[in-house]
Design a protein around this ligand. Structure first.
Ligand code: PMP
Length: 397
């Protein structure tokens, strides 16, 4: 076995993962790791959660797949549950986050074309954002590292900078604007949370000008910030929202949620997916949502996040030569480092058996499961602190 026959698009760590349980992962050589990557925020309930395992088993014995030309009870149940717990009236199920974003972009443009404004095609994303790897998603994020070499830019996609209020106002007032797309808390970009008053300001401006708001909560949704949806902190809601990752507890799933009005162009035959809404994914999604959307899980996120932030701030003051900033929301925590985040990830893994993710802006991301215990959180800090010691020695040399 080797990586020779895998397309070389990943810089893979030399760690062969064999199995997981809760916040623990074991490699094939038997080493145990504390996993604060959690599938990059997918395993919101940790690895091999018994109730998710049971949900998959029960469904696997009944029905794996059936076409969307039939009614699928599990799909209807999960759509009901998502709509009951959000602003949305309707849902389209996909297999990934990027496809959920794709559906969101199409829904927004189709809304305008179906409602007498076909000239409204422009979509504005924000710097530092990540929306996935399909053509629509890379164009919406408009980050050259994702688009370079992949042909002409797709028409009608533009980028705004956070804080550039004049440009934002002008973009929203533009009569050809269809939508803006925002991650309320950026994940890949380095755990930047858009200020709540900015989110409310966007809502007001977009309402004034008939522009739709798309939120990409693929990473920050599903309880990650301590509320089911990150935008709930701002007391406002979007018209359309992409969700994925923890919705499947690690199973491939995505969903595009929308108000009935925003989805009014999405009529029979305009969109579809063979596997989206697959009964297996729906069964595990319904169980994951029911376990995450509880006061127990959400309170745990807030408590553990409070503890981690406080401890990390302490480490920042003790290791100013290693840590520059601690940011993020809930258990989407970014630690901005002085030198090299990749090197820090490798040394945390190899010397402390602590798995953390990278992020833009020289950050490492801590994305532990939402049900992390206080003991595990303490262990995380002990390992992180030891990694800072190693980094300090290494970087001082
Ligand atoms: N949007 C955001 C905010 C993401 O973090 C990601 C994945 N990191 C995606 C979209 C794409 O999701 P997927 O990889 O499931 O296509």
């Amino acid at each position: 076995m080797s990586t020779n026959h895998l397309m070389g698009v990943y810089n893979r760590a030399p760690l062969e993962v064999e199995r997981g349980r809760g916040a623990r992962l074991w490699s094939t050589d038997g080493t145990e790791y504390l996993d604060c990557v959690a599938g990059i925020s997918t395993n919101g309930l940790g690895h091999a959660h018994p109730e998710l395992v049971q949900a998959v088993k029960d469904q696997a014995e009944k029905l794996w797949h059936v076409s969307n030309i039939f009614r699928i009870p599990g799909q209807e149940a999960l759509a009901d549950a998502l709509c009951e717990s959000s602003f949305a009236d309707v849902v389209f199920f996909t297999n990934s986050g990027t496809e959920a974003v794709e559906c969101a972009l199409k829904t927004a443009r189709k809304y305008h074309s179906a409602n007498g404004a076909p000239e409204r095609i422009d979509i504005y994303g924000f710097d530092g954002s990540f929306h996935g790897r399909t053509y629509g998603a890379i164009n919406a994020a408009a980050n050259p590292s994702y688009t370079e070499g992949f042909g002409p830019a797709m028409q009608g996609f533009h980028q705004l900078k956070w804080g550039d209020h004049d440009a934002i106002k002008a973009a929203i007032a533009n009569p050809t604007t269809a939508a803006i797309i925002v991650e309320p808390v950026q994940g890949e970009g380095g755990c930047r949370a858009m200020p709540e008053q900015c989110l409310r300001g966007l809502r007001e401006l977009c309402d004034e000008h008939g522009v739709l708001i798309i939120f990409d909560e693929v990473q920050c949704g599903m309880g990650r910030t301590g509320k089911l949806w990150a935008h709930e902190w701002a007391g406002m809601s979007p018209d359309i929202m992409a969700v994925a990752k923890a919705l499947g507890g690690g199973f491939p799933i995505g969903a595009c949620l929308a108000t009935a009005r925003a989805a009014s162009g999405m009529t029979v035959g305009v969109h579809g997916s063979t596997f989206g809404g697959n009964p297996l994914a729906m069964a595990v999604g319904l169980k994951a949502l029911s376990l995450i959307n509880t006061p127990e899980t959400l309170n745990n996120v807030n408590e553990i996040a409070g503890y981690l932030k406080q401890q990390l701030a302490g480490l920042q003051s003790r290791f100013p030569d290693v840590i520059v900033d601690v940011r993020g929301k809930g258990l989407l925590i970014g630690v901005k480092l002085v030198p090299n985040n990749r090197e820090f990830m490798a040394l945390a893994r190899d010397t402390q058996q602590l798995l953390i993710a990278g992020g833009g802006d020289n950050c490492v991301r801590l994305l532990p499961p939402l049900n992390l215990t206080l003991d595990e959180a303490r262990e995380l800090i002990v390992r992180f602190e030891a990694a800072c010691e190693v980094a300090r020695e290494k970087w001082a040399a």
